[in-house]
Ligand binder design. Structure first.
Ligand code: MN
Length: 299
């Protein structure tokens, strides 16, 4: 019990939330699992913490008749709670993330129900709140339980190719870094393998095997300011051949969830296409933690 609430509080802290949120995360299962009441919490930790804990409890406690009703009701409760205090949702997401990370010993049926709910409710909400990092982890963990065979097929094949992929990523990283250094642009450059669920979706929507999916890697260039983002873009397009129709400028036109970056897909000398995302550190923080990052600045 205590391990779970401490982990949920840790995730809340990683999101960059405030003290009230972390305290509430530590207490989030109190009303549900112990004899402690709303009034007790209010007396010891104040009204705000008590309200948040009660909010999280209400999200947990919904009773349903059918599967669809359940999901509709869940979504409705989420949105209602969101309007009152966004921290309720953020703690609920932290709670769910830790549940998903520790589901290995639950029954198969429980694993599937939780994963389906995560895929249909929690991951989309994390997405809408701009919390990319958590959304990806929720999706990958859900996929692991919803289609374990498909999941392992992808991870096995990625592992077989890991040496080649790593070599490719290092060579592209080096090329970009050297060029930017030469031009006096201070940048952090790194490659990463795309997350499992995005590869999975691509394989199924395009009916392709993993060997036919070329852009398994994506690169990030993080710089200090917006002018440098556009400078970097110029360098990337001069160094590599542009793949038409893939360029997106979410800096001048941010996504509704506040996401900002420039995306472009190019082809290297190896003939392999890859995506490059260019952003500032501030944009990077917003992309990873979304509304949580933003919320913190506002208070
Ligand atoms: Mn919990």
């Amino acid at each position: 019990y205590v391990t779970h609430v401490i982990a949920a509080a840790e995730i809340t802290a990683e999101m960059g939330l405030d003290e009230v949120s972390i305290v509430s995360a530590l207490l989030h299962d109190c009303i549900e699992d112990t004899g402690i009441s709303y009034e007790d919490i209010k007396k010891q930790f104040g009204q705000t913490v008590a309200d948040i804990v009660e909010g999280v409890t209400k999200l947990t406690r919904v009773q349903y008749t059918s599967k669809e009703d359940e999901q509709m009701e869940n979504m409705r409760k989420m949105l209602m709670a969101m309007a009152k205090d966004i921290r309720v949702i953020l703690i609920k997401i932290a709670d769910r993330l830790h549940n998903m990370r520790t589901m290995a010993y639950l029954s198969e049926e429980k694993q599937r129900t939780k994963s389906l709910e995560t895929m249909e409710i929690y991951a989309p909400i994390a997405h809408r709140l701009g919390m990319q990092k958590i959304k990806w982890e929720l999706e990958d963990l859900s996929l692991l339980y919803l289609d374990p065979i498909g999941y392992r097929e992808i991870t096995n094949k990625l592992n077989e190719r890991m040496d080649i992929l790593k070599e490719f990523m290092t060579s592209v990283e080096k090329k970009i870094k050297t060029r930017l250094d030469d031009w006096g642009i201070n940048a952090t450059v790194y490659g990463r393998i795309k997350h499992i669920y995005s590869i999975y979706r691509k394989m199924y929507s395009q009916k392709k095997g993993l060997e036919e999916i070329f852009d398994l890697c994506a690169f990030r260039v993080i710089v200090d300011n917006i002018t440098e983002c556009y400078n970097v873009l110029g360098h990337i397009h001069e160094m590599f051949k542009l793949v038409p129709g893939r360029f997106k400028d979410y800096i001048s036109t941010p996504k509704p969830n506040m996401y900002q970056s420039i995306h472009t897909t190019v082809i290297g000398s190896e003939g392999i296409p890859f995506e490059v995302q260019i952003r500032t550190w501030e944009m990077h923080h917003t992309a990873e933690y979304g509304v949580a990052a933003h919320w913190k600045y506002k208070t």
